[in-house]
Unconditional design. Structure first.
Lengths: 314, 490
């Protein structure tokens, strides 16, 4: 069921949600969070689809805020989607015209679920300091995506400068399975690692974060080399003669090789946005490791202190 | 259905009469809940004949009635419509009113039963009531009833409330006085009673052993609008806390009444209200504010001091929050936080009972980082319902506990001061069912609680400004922070 509410107010949208519940005969609902997506016309479709898919795992109210600034009178157009069409939760697409585009928080605040945590996701461009943005202030978790920025490396630098607990970036979430696999590879006894190398296609902020993470945790010099992609194609951990390699040339299956053991294959799918957003929604407390890695500084600028402490990847 | 009777409305030209009362009368007629021969008498200072008034009623019904317009219902209702012109000092007009009522008794069979609805500013209550007495309208013939309906505010402090009560009490006995708080629908009261006393699940934990604190909120998204003149000098606390929020507090905190008879229910409410204690340090445990210009719900709105007809130096608050304690065994050490305001985040009225944390959590600290306090929220409006908040494991391989909410909304969308609310109120008056209307003892107890706060505020500077569309001034957050708590986001 989709209800169009042209030229409306937040109060009328809230009333429409209540009415939709009654009409659908669903007196009881249980939702765990409100997900606010701040986006534009171009990106909203994919982001919304991912969010609705995600809401099967974490039933959430999804508020899509589409800014349409310009020299028109301030106006709010809303679209309320309820059940069936939109997955288990409630979805509201809000279009903010004219001056209202600068006051999105005034529309969003009355539509947040009571008490429940709020996650704001900017699938495209995001404000310079997410935690101080009027919409960002509504949330305890602020999700950005450096990969969507024009200059992802520059974006990472800005994130580091602006970081406040509760910030997170999808470029970081995308490498969770790489980190898991690398940590598992070092679960067995291994020679002391002396250097590491990350190969990836150009402009991948995830590889930068992965390299920083390795540098930080292993306290070794890490180099980045360019490959054809897709995404991150291999990670090599070398201890002089011996080298542990995880290579994933096709973005699907990785090959793990280590000295004295047969080569093994392991699934390492480049995950889609649905899974990544679902993972983000799983933990809503500040991501301390991300903060540490983000703030450790760029490898190129020599921001890392590489004194060995041999703590491994755990 | 009510027995034979008529309704006399004073102040029929006002907004309330036009938008709520008259449509509600029609809706009752349409639903077949009014007796045959029901009569409606309008009284106002207008040079109207019966049919002019009937036309006014007709227009307001067409525009504001909740149920569809049906010609036959209207025809039946319009036969009983009369109008009496005059002001409240006009003896001749009251004499005409008396004649009109006698005429209706014989022509329409209303049997001498009449309710007088005072839809006029409180300062006219004494005049009208005295006139009713002098012209013999306050007492019907043998076996018939006369009732009077007054709307909040019931005075502006204890003294004026007592004066008002004395004036009304001289003329009508207390069982015939209906004090209407249109915020507090009967449905709400019954819902709270059902939740508390029909279940075995909640009552055992409804006490200081388990409850950490209670938050009672009534938030409006509108400003004072055209009521600036009325509102200035009254303020949020007198307008809402004195009657509405303290009634909700009483219903939440009272002991189980031995029955739901009027007297028994009232006893319990009075008992708990008389045990309410104000904090010693009123500066630390109360807060107030005035809304400033801002964006609210997608609309740009002006500030309180800029409203038409408002003095820019007004010290009237549009937001008020107070902490109250209840000195009973059940509630010792459990603060009740009451807050109300205009131009807040959204329109909502709710009672949140927040429970203590589990005394021991056998989990790793990181597993319960996001676990808050359990809470039971009784939502009074916009859609009546109950939500329960508790911890649950997040799906996935890690042990992670997070708050989830189960929200059950069963009530109708029962809007505050909706026509429907008035239908129920009017019907209760006509049937003579009084238990849910506050009696003057409760009104006085409420003023005893609020008066010291108002006196304290009277000597304070202009209240703090808060941007329209937010959840109130910073001092209100500081007030809870003093106690190590936070307001929930309703």
């Amino acid at each position: 069921m989709i209800q169009d509410l042209p030229d409306t107010t937040a109060a009328r949208v809230a009333a429409a949600i209540v009415q939709a519940r009654h009409l659908a005969g669903v007196p009881a609902v249980g939702m765990v969070a409100t997900l606010v997506i701040v986006t534009d016309e171009r990106d909203h479709y994919d982001a919304l689809r991912a969010a609705q898919e995600m809401s099967r795992e974490h039933p959430a109210r999804i508020l899509v805020s589409i800014q349409r600034p310009g020299r028109v009178a301030a106006r709010l157009d809303a679209e309320v989607r309820f059940l069936g069409d939109s997955g288990p939760g409630e979805t509201v697409v809000l279009r903010l015209h004219g001056e209202l585009a600068d006051h999105a928080e005034s529309v969003l605040l009355p539509l947040l679920l009571p008490d429940a945590p709020v996650v704001v996701w900017w699938p495209g461009t995001c404000p310079p300091v997410p935690a101080e943005d009027p919409v960002g202030r509504l949330a305890q978790r602020r999700v950005t995506d450096a990969a969507a920025a024009k200059d992802p490396m520059d974006a990472l630098m800005m994130r580091a400068e602006a970081y406040q607990p509760g910030d997170t970036d999808l470029a970081w979430t995308r490498i969770t399975s790489w980190r898991t696999l690398l940590a598992a590879a070092l679960d067995q006894p291994y020679e002391p690692i002396l250097a590491a190398e990350v190969s990836c296609e150009s402009g991948s902020p995830s590889s930068e974060l992965l390299a920083r993470w390795l540098a930080l945790k292993l306290s070794v010099p890490v180099t980045r080399t360019l490959s054809e992609g897709p995404g991150i194609t291999s990670v090599m951990l070398s201890s002089g003669e011996q080298v542990i390699t995880i290579s994933r040339p096709d973005g699907r299956v990785a090959e793990l090789t280590r000295p004295g053991q047969p080569m093994r294959e392991v699934s390492l799918m480049a995950r889609d946005t649905v899974e990544i957003i679902a993972e983000e929604m799983r933990r809503l407390d500040p991501d301390e490791v991300y903060a540490e890695v983000l703030m450790s500084g760029s490898l190129d600028s020599g921001g890392l202190d590489n004194s060995p402490d041999g703590s491994g990847l755990q | 259905m009510a027995g034979p009777c008529g309704l006399v409305i004073f102040g029929v030209t006002g907004d309330l009469a036009r938008k709520k009362l008259m449509p509600a009368v029609y809706d009752l007629a349409n639903r077949g809940l009014l007796p045959p021969g029901f009569s409606l008498v309008g009284y106002a200072r207008r040079d109207w004949a019966d049919q002019d008034f009937a036309q006014i009623v007709h227009d307001s019904v067409k525009e504001h009635a909740r149920t569809p317009y049906r010609e036959e219902v209207w025809n039946q209702l319009s036969e009983g419509i009369r109008f009496v012109a005059g002001d409240f000092a006009d003896d001749l007009a009251f004499a005409r009113l008396h004649e009109t009522i006698l005429e209706l008794d014989s022509a329409r069979g209303t049997g001498g039963n009449h309710a007088f609805y005072l839809s006029v500013p409180p300062k006219f209550f004494p005049d009208v009531v005295r006139q009713l007495k002098e012209h013999g309208l306050a007492d019907g013939p043998e076996g018939a009833w006369r009732r009077v309906v007054i709307e909040k505010p019931f005075g502006h402090n204890l003294e004026s409330a007592r004066e008002l009560n004395d004036v009304v009490g001289e003329v009508f006995d207390s069982g015939s006085v209906f004090r209407i708080d249109h915020y507090l629908g009967k449905e709400t009261v019954q819902n709270i009673l059902a939740l508390r006393f029909a279940n075995s699940l909640f009552e055992p934990i409804w006490n200081a052993n388990y409850v950490d604190h209670v938050q009672i909120t009534m938030a409006e998204d509108v400003g004072v609008g055209g009521r600036a003149g009325y509102y200035d000098g009254i303020g949020a606390a007198r307008d809402v806390i004195q009657n509405h929020l303290l009634q909700l507090l009483a219903l939440t905190a009272m002991e189980e009444p031995v029955s739901f008879e009027a007297a028994n229910l009232r006893h319990e409410k009075e008992k708990v209200l008389s045990a309410v204690r104000l904090p010693h340090d009123l500066a630390a445990h109360t807060a107030r504010g005035q809304y400033a210009a801002g964006w609210q719900g997608g609309e740009q709105v002006g500030g309180f001091l800029e409203e038409d007809g408002m003095s820019p130096t007004s010290t009237t608050e549009t937001y008020a929050a107070i902490r109250l304690d209840i000195d009973t065994r059940r509630w010792a050490g459990v603060p009740f936080y009451l807050r109300t305001g205009k131009r807040l985040g959204r329109r909502v009225t709710e009672i949140a009972v927040v429970f203590k944390r589990a005394p021991h959590l056998p989990f790793e600290a990181t597993a319960t980082e996001e676990l808050g306090q359990n809470a039971l929220v009784i939502r009074v409006q916009p859609d009546e319902g109950i939500s329960v908040r508790f911890g649950s494991k997040v799906p996935g391989t890690a042990m992670e506990v997070r708050d989830v909410t189960m929200d059950f909304s069963y009530g109708e969308s029962f809007l505050e001061s909706s026509p429907e609310a008035y239908e129920r109120l009017i019907l209760d008056v006509l049937i003579g069912e009084a238990p849910l209307f506050p009696r003057h003892e409760e009104v006085e107890l409420s003023w005893m609680i609020l008066d010291p706060v108002e006196e304290f505020w009277a000597n304070q500077p202009q209240p703090e400004q808060y941007p329209a569309g937010t959840w109130g001034p910073a001092s209100a957050d500081a007030m809870l922070a003093t106690d190590g708590r936070v307001w929930r986001r309703p």
